[in-house]
Design a protein around this ligand. Structure first.
Ligand SMILES: Cc1ncc(COP(=O)(O)O)c(C=O)c1O
Length: 447
């Protein structure tokens, strides 16, 4: 098949997601091929994939085991109705997730993305309280700078103003402060300060009253918000407060799930047990769209034991593509690889190289903070007074020219390299980013 070259007309026919489309039309960034830890542009320019796609391809691109599993599945069962019918791989995958997840998160609802997982989790929390005879427990608490996708539940609980402000009425949700503190700047790994920030929950409860609150939803560390990591005791404190006030705790592990922090889940890293856990992205190594919501046995049993005839639907929710057979095949193959002995140890070893390499950029112009945990990190830039988000996008564009795809969001450059990198790859990525930063600072006259 001949290669397709978009012209001006096709530029406007594809309205890109979460993109400044007008800028893209002037400076299109296209990839047409990917292999291992690299992307390639249509004219053959090689780029390091420094964010594993969008945090979702830790096992690298073109993974042969996953491709073979999808192919085999395609030959057996391409689609199965998601309602009232199922197929063996869906159960195999649910069993595997239940076995991998911390504690008794033994019941899995499938969906197709992190956003759907977030909204599914929020609906599940409300349904649980209603089934327990407490329907007034319907409000939610999220956290400033939290990201839970783009559906109405997710933007309500999410704490990124720009993602909410043009969409009018949202769900009833209140927000904890974010966990970035100036005194923690340039911390390596977990920051020291900030456990007390969990106590802000008490101030919200004083006004809203726990009897009205269904759940607190947070990411173990805020990924899209700029790899903002809470201090060691913060999530334990949040768990204790939720227990004291009879509030569910939901962890959004769409980024932290499946090894990104060096443990299988963020819950394992912090040794804190949520009642509901959402995941997506690396679940299929980004190859097929899939998300999942893992619920505790307490929640599942409560919904299964509702009074009424057994032909009634216990949780009226689901998607045409819930537990899609091809996604299940991709997920099973990905999780098998992620569970290989040594893989997470390798992540922990690479994380040390990553920590050293990213922190070497301290002291470069415009660098205001650097944070890292496992194989995730961010470089926070000073804001341009007139155009606050300009530096990050311009530096990312320069990195592209230097052969590194770098994700920017707000005033952060974010990094989450594939687990299959070599230590030299990580050093090379940051050497090129450092060059881009210095070149850019020179062009704007910053010493
Ligand atoms: C923590 C978190 N939750 C939810 C989402 C939304 O996932 P999706 O883009 O697959 O809808 C993301 C995406 O980055 C995320 O980081």
């Amino acid at each position: 098949m001949a290669a397709f070259h978009p012209n001006r007309q096709s530029f406007s026919s594809h309205w890109l997601a979460f993109t400044s489309n007008r800028r893209f039309h002037q400076q299109p960034k296209m990839v047409s091929h990917a292999e291992g830890i690299y992307y390639y542009t249509p004219d053959g320019h090689q780029l390091y994939d420094s964010l594993s796609g969008l945090w979702c391809t830790p096992l690298g691109h073109g993974n042969k085991g996953i491709a073979a599993a999808i192919n085999t599945q395609m030959g057996q069962l391409d689609y199965a109705p998601a309602f009232n019918v199922s197929h063996p791989q869906a159960f195999e995958l649910a069993d595997k997730l239940a076995e991998m997840a911390p504690g008794a998160l033994n019941h899995v609802l499938f969906c197709n993305s992190g956003s759907e997982a977030a909204d599914t989790a929020l609906k599940l929390a409300r349904a649980y309280w209603r089934a327990k005879g407490r329907p007034e427990k319907s409000k939610f608490i999220g956290r400033s700078k939290g990201y839970h996708g783009v559906n109405f539940g997710g933007i309500s609980v999410g704490g990124i103003g720009g993602n909410r402000k043009i969409y009018g009425q949202t769900l009833d949700a209140y927000h904890l402060p974010h966990t970035w503190l100036p005194e923690n700047r340039f911390s390596k790994g977990l920051p020291e300060q900030g456990e007390h920030l969990a106590d802000a929950l008490l101030a919200i409860l004083e006004v809203q009253d726990p009897s009205n609150i269904a759940a607190v939803m947070v990411e173990p560390m805020a990924g899209s918000g700029g790899v903002i990591i809470p201090s060691a005791g913060y999530l334990k404190r949040l768990r204790a407060l939720c227990d004291q006030h009879d509030i569910l705790l939901i962890f959004d592990e769409v980024i932290t799930g499946f090894g990104r922090m060096g443990t299988m889940f963020g819950a394992d890293y912090f040794d804190v047990q949520p009642d509901i856990l959402t995941c997506a992205k690396a679940l299929t190594n980004g190859v097929m769209p899939m998300g999942a919501v893992l619920a505790s046995s307490e929640i599942y049993d409560c919904l299964m034991n509702q009074p009424g005839d057994d032909y009634l639907i216990e949780f009226p929710h689901g998607y045409t593509y819930s537990a899609h057979p091809l996604a299940c095949a991709a997920a099973l193959a990905s999780l098998n690889q992620l569970q290989q002995p040594g893989l997470l140890n390798n992540v922990a070893d690479l994380a040390k190289v990553f920590e050293q390499a990213i922190h070497e950029l301290k002291g470069l112009p415009l660098v205001e903070d650097i944070r890292n945990i496992g194989l995730a990190g961010a470089i926070q830039l000073t804001m341009d007074a007139k155009q606050p988000l300009r530096h990050a996008s311009e530096i990312s564009a320069l990195c592209w020219k230097k052969g590194v795809y770098v994700r920017f969001g707000g005033n952060n450059l974010s990094f989450a390299p594939p687990f299959v990198c070599e230590p030299e790859d990580i050093r090379e990525i940051f050497a090129r980013v450092a060059e881009a930063l210095s070149d850019y600072a020179r062009t704007i006259g910053t010493p």
